[in-house]
Write a protein that binds this ligand. Structure first.
Ligand SMILES: C[S@@+](CC[C@H](N)C(=O)[O-])C[C@H]1O[C@@H](n2cnc3c(N)ncnc32)[C@H](O)[C@@H]1O
Length: 282
């Protein structure tokens, strides 16, 4: 049995929270996806006091915003569909920046030869590796964990793990940018663009600017109870990504076109973007 030790308080715990949201979705008869790694996480941590803390945050968030989990279900399914379209279109290299406990490497039906890098802080990487190994779930691709801090020189760590900048890449940046200062987010986007061969795709989530104002306070307070902090939010994703050479289509998190009939709570208000590298960039 592999020992699984929960990451200490702070932004790492937000990953446990999101995985629990995916578990709630997985239990629905009309689930938009089913994530067995989320169930494995809850089982592995069943005796760990951290789960009681996360459960309390879930109770509070559900009180402050009815229909709260729907956003996470819609977000997950949106990126699932975009990633699957990209790999089925021929891309075989995927990179998740801040993968947390995301279960896509075990649950998506990926083409043979897909290599998936998951970049995370060292403590979370150790936790995730132990969780995946201990779960016994078959991995659906060649999964490579990369322990790195995204505020530092993560591109070198990614290259050292075998990332090939000569091949097109699918980048996933989900549940991350709000926890990084604007300048760090800017450097992260410049860094991944620099590593992107023609044909690359970028999937990205960001908070709406209002979430750093009074309107976002109820959810912001729950995030802070977990020891994390929202540092960034913006409403100009199309222009921002465009300025780095990405042609983006951007949806509000509660846009019915991506909602599969679900009513998404107004909080947290986010943007979901899918983008293609424009010719000649990089
Ligand atoms: C809200 S979770 C999202 C995890 C995953 N993307 C998901 O949607 O389930 C935020 C994640 O960002 C990671 N993170 C935060 N700051 C980071 C940094 N500087 N470098 C690498 N990872 C970071 C945390 O460890 C945590 O797993």
């Amino acid at each position: 049995m592999v020992e699984v030790k929960a990451p200490s308080a702070g932004v790492g715990q937000t990953a446990l929270f999101i995985a629990w949201m995916r578990q709630l979705e997985s239990e629905r008869p009309d689930a938009l996806f089913r994530d067995p790694l989320a169930a494995a996480m809850l089982s592995a941590l069943s005796q760990d006091p951290v789960l009681a803390d996360v459960a309390e945050v879930i109770k509070q968030t559900h009180r402050s915003a009815e229909g709260f989990p729907a956003y996470f279900a819609v977000r997950t399914r949106f990126f699932d569909d975009e990633i699957l379209a990209a790999v089925r279109g021929g891309i075989r290299q995927v990179v998740t920046l801040a993968a947390g406990v995301d279960g896509r490497t075990v649950r998506l039906d990926l083409p043979a030869g897909t290599r998936w890098f998951e970049v995370e802080l060292p403590e979370m990487t150790e936790f995730k590796d132990a969780l995946v190994a201990g779960s016994g779930l078959p991995v659906a691709c060649e999964r490579r964990a990369v322990a790195a801090d995204l505020r530092e020189d993560w591109p070198s760590a990614l290259r050292a793990a075998g990332f090939d900048p000569g091949q097109p890449t699918v980048w996933l940046v989900e549940g991350l940018l709000m926890y990084l200062a604007d300048a760090v987010g800017e450097a992260l986007l410049a860094g991944l663009t620099d590593l992107s061969a023609p044909g690359s795709r970028l999937m990205l989530e960001h908070l709406k600017a209002a979430m750093l104002q009074e309107e976002g306070r109820p959810v912001r307070e729950r995030v802070e109870e977990q020891g994390a902090q929202w540092l960034s939010a913006r409403d100009d994703l199309e222009q921002w990504l465009g300025g780095h050479g990405w042609q983006a289509t951007v949806y509000a998190g509660d846009d019915p076109r991506i909602g599969h009939g679900r009513t998404v709570a107004p909080l947290p208000a986010c943007w979901l973007a899918t983008a293609a590298l424009t010719a000649g960039e990089r």
